[in-house]
Design a protein around this ligand. Sequence first.
Ligand code: PAF
Length: 304
Amino acid sequence: MTDQQAQLVTTTQAARDLIAATVAEAIADGKPNPTVGLVPTMGALHDGHGALFEQARAENDVVIASIFVNPLQFDRDEDFENYPSTLNADLELVTRYGGDIVFAPDTQHMYPGYPDAPQIRVSAGEMGRMFEGASRPGHFDGVCTVVAKLWNILIPPAPAQFRSYFGQKDAQQLAIVTRMARDLNTDVAIRAVDLVRAPSGLALSSRNVRLDDHGMENALGLSKALHYLADQAAAGVPLDIAAARDIIRAQENVELDYLEIVDPATLASLTPQQLATPLASEALALVAAWVPPVRLIDNMLLAP
Ligand code: PAF
């Protein structure tokens, strides 16, 4: 199912009918257990989203993109109201990357009665209050609420298997939705899509275009600090987090927000005792810093 225009649906019933028909077609075509991959997005798609679609296309019989600007995850109403809406271009991009179905409901369809609804929301718990959540109260609760709803709406009928794709770039979001699938017993496999770096090492982000040449240069401190820790992990020596923070602080005009080494599943910071000995299992280094005029995040898995 890759050579035709992605089909647009805007309601739950239409999405479920189309997914059921597409799964039935795949079974009739000789695939007894078709796989369905969902790429949840907020639209305004660009080639930076390409890696998500490419991996979903490579791994599944059916690829769905959801496009929904979720008001529950914005800190300020005006950011939600000014969020770009580019549905026609998005449809073209999804088609170009081989997507089959685009689910693009409006706010009232997802949250009938909004802003007084939804009454019942999903809490991201402590995992949603740390790191990025500390400066954005409620953000990850909003993400969890919409992702849980998207899964409920778009989960394909048996015997199809359901997978949902999230970028490793947003490592905290990835850890939270992975935990949510487990805690809520949702029959979905979470697939992480690798972060993409420029040849300089800078993690690709739509915010990078706002950096001038000096900003680009200074921002490299983030990936240098992460590589420094990854090299220590690989060499089997204790991780010197203070020295890694100093790499970032040494950059001109960069303000470090946090650099922490955490358990990738729980996001709990490694204790000083754990840091004093070589890593026993995989850990995740998370960093955020202001490189004016933008705030950048980056992360790297540290393998012992
Ligand atoms: O990462 C995003 O674009 C959003 O947080 C998501 C997962 C689509 C939920 O609105």
